[in-house]
Design a protein around this ligand. Structure first.
Ligand SMILES: *Cc1c(COP(=O)(O)O)cnc(C)c1O
Length: 444
């Protein structure tokens, strides 16, 4: 149970006076390159609500970018992390190991797809997990090339910037980027020239042809893909695409990596999104939803691949911090107890039904898509040209925020409204959030 009342409440202008005061202090000392979606400063959060320093309460359709899946102050997370804080904050797993790290790896082995022997290594951020997946795949295959996809997002460190597709804001002016990274088409059904029905087989054939002809399969260490693309626009690769690539990887000794940092841990209605088409990745990267808001990330995969890197080759001072591990165990406990995959499917049912009526009513709604509690609307100037409507998307997000609903945007063209509510959100709040979205469209 969370202390914060589960209700929307606006008591000042957004932003209010206290947020404005903090904003001035921020402008003086926080680097301008660090942006924020909302103009308000957080005071507390829990369940489906975030309260700002002026006492305004927002319905949360963002979960801090798919992180607070169990809420921002889940009881089991708070209890376990607090107990761990009192015992010890840090020893460094590479110096003196502790049980929590091992327990998280056991949970990952049990929960991730496939019944083969699995091992994990823990890190602090998603980008770090992806970097380590590349290190591990290169050690195992003794190859260098890494294949990624159009619209893919994998982080902001140097290697992961190279893996990420979109220039602004992630890469612009930050090069040079790491070599031996190759980008191929993804099965983006809504924008596939011959239509969504043909997209899966055509896109996979194109991607495989490019890999074979331009790189050479025998040079490829890893294929890395998000089973539902996040920052790139909540794109579910058309059916058949992921299985074709997974098979190609298997046939050619390539390590198939599912980046489930955004889509994993119950978000899409299953523990992991790749389960939807029965994919068993060789390696899987997780972060965001794993630890109820504390920084933790993991690479999990086939024991023989995970063991390929030499002893001492993987690690980091804080990787698998004991408090973050305790929080992860609390988060996973909550996901199991509340059956959060089922909760995500229920959220999809409610949201898709309401958003379908929006699609009927407004031509600007090009596509409604996503799975579980990872749902998006792609906005276009008209349905024929499908020209992206980025300005309208920004205006809609802003209108929602002003009305007390926190929503995010995404997409290569900046024209996707994305919804990532905490899975513990109440149905009343969820519907009230959808009311606000409807009103924002009506006011456009
Ligand atoms: C957020 C994200 C990352 C990067 O995670 P950080 O913790 O921000 O470094 C990588 N891959 C995907 C799919 C993500 O959504």
């Amino acid at each position: 149970m969370t202390a914060i009342p589960q209700e929307r409440r606006l008591v000042t202008a957004v932003p209010g006076p206290k947020s404005l005061e903090l904003q001035a202090r921020r402008t003086a000392t926080v680097a301008g390159g660090v942006g924020s979606t909302m103009p308000v400063f957080a005071a507390r959060a829990g369940g489906g609500v975030l309260e700002d320093v002026d006492g305004n309460r927002f319905i949360d359709f963002g979960s801090g970018i798919a992180v607070t899946t169990v809420g921002a102050s889940a009881e089991a997370v708070v209890r376990r992390a607090t107990a761990q804080l009192a015992d010890f904050t840090h020893t460094c797993f590479m110096i003196t190991p502790y049980e929590g790290y091992v327990a998280v790896c056991e949970q990952l082995a049990e929960l991730t797809p496939g019944d083969h022997a699995k091992k994990s290594a823990l890190f602090n951020s998603g980008a770090e997990a992806v970097e380590n997946a590349v290190k591990i795949a290169r050690s195992y295959t003794k190859r260098q090339a890494v294949v990624v996809f159009d619209h893919g997002y994998h982080g902001r460190t140097n290697l992961t910037m190279a893996l990420t597709a979109k220039n602004m804001p992630y890469k612009n002016g930050f090069g040079p980027f790491a070599p031996e990274i190759y980008r191929v088409p993804v099965a983006y059904g809504y924008r596939w020239p011959t239509g969504p029905e043909n997209c899966g087989p055509e896109a996979s054939a194109q991607a495989i042809d490019q890999i074979s002809k331009q790189i050479g399969a025998e040079n490829v260490a890893a294929i890395i893909i998000e089973p539902v693309l996040g920052e790139g626009g909540f794109i579910e690769p058309a059916k058949g695409f992921l299985p074709a690539l997974a098979k190609f990887a298997k046939d050619n000794g390539i390590v198939f990596v599912a980046d489930e940092i955004q889509s994993g841990f119950c978000r899409t209605g299953q523990w992991f999104a790749c389960e939807d088409e029965g994919i068993v990745p060789d390696l899987i990267t997780t972060a965001k939803g794993i630890a109820g808001g504390l920084p933790l990330a993991a690479v999990t995969g086939r024991a023989e691949i995970m063991d390929a890197a030499h002893s001492g080759g993987l690690g980091g001072t804080y990787g698998g911090n004991p408090v973050a591990c305790a929080a992860a165990l609390g988060s996973i406990e909550t996901m199991r107890e509340l059956d959060l995959p089922a909760k995500a499917r229920r959220i999809e049912e409610i949201m898709k039904a309401r958003l379908a009526t929006l699609r009927e009513k407004y031509d600007i709604v090009g596509d409604v898509r996503g799975r579980g509690a990872m749902i998006a609307i792609e906005l276009v100037k008209d349905r024929e040209s499908k020209e992206p409507a980025a300005e309208a998307t920004a205006a809609l997000a802003k209108a929602c925020q002003q009305a007390g609903l926190l929503v995010l945007t995404c997409g290569t063209y900046g024209n996707v409204l994305r919804f990532l509510p905490p899975l513990v959100i109440g149905e009343d709040l969820l519907n009230e959030g959808l009311d606000i979205i409807e009103q924002a469209f009506a006011g456009l």
